[in-house]
Write a new protein. Structure first.
Length: 93
């Protein structure tokens, strides 16, 4: 299910990173960011796309939950990806 839904969600987020589902502005981005790190590692092209969207936004607004903002910062950090020892938050290796 996730391989089908995440690309659709990212397509929407490319056009409107703060897209609103049925709860609050940015809830789609929040849901995508909160996915398990295993999901992002299994589909690196989707992870790279999410990082690109987050890069364009910069710091998430304060109304996002702290864990969402923290995960977004981790994804954007230039250090090694957790559990891999390689790669960067920007996808540049």
């Amino acid at each position: 299910m996730l391989p089908s839904l995440l690309p659709l969600a990212l397509e929407i987020l490319r056009d409107d990173p703060m897209a609103e589902g049925h709860m609050y502005e940015g809830d789609l981005l929040s849901a995508v960011v909160k996915r398990s790190p295993d999901v992002r590692e299994e589909w690196p092209e989707l992870r790279a796309e999410l990082v690109g969207i987050l890069s364009e936004l910069g710091e998430l607004p304060s109304f996002f939950l702290p864990e969402v903002r923290s995960t977004a910062r981790e994804l954007l950090s230039p250090g090694p990806r957790p559990g891999t020892g390689t790669g960067t938050g920007t996808g540049t290796g």
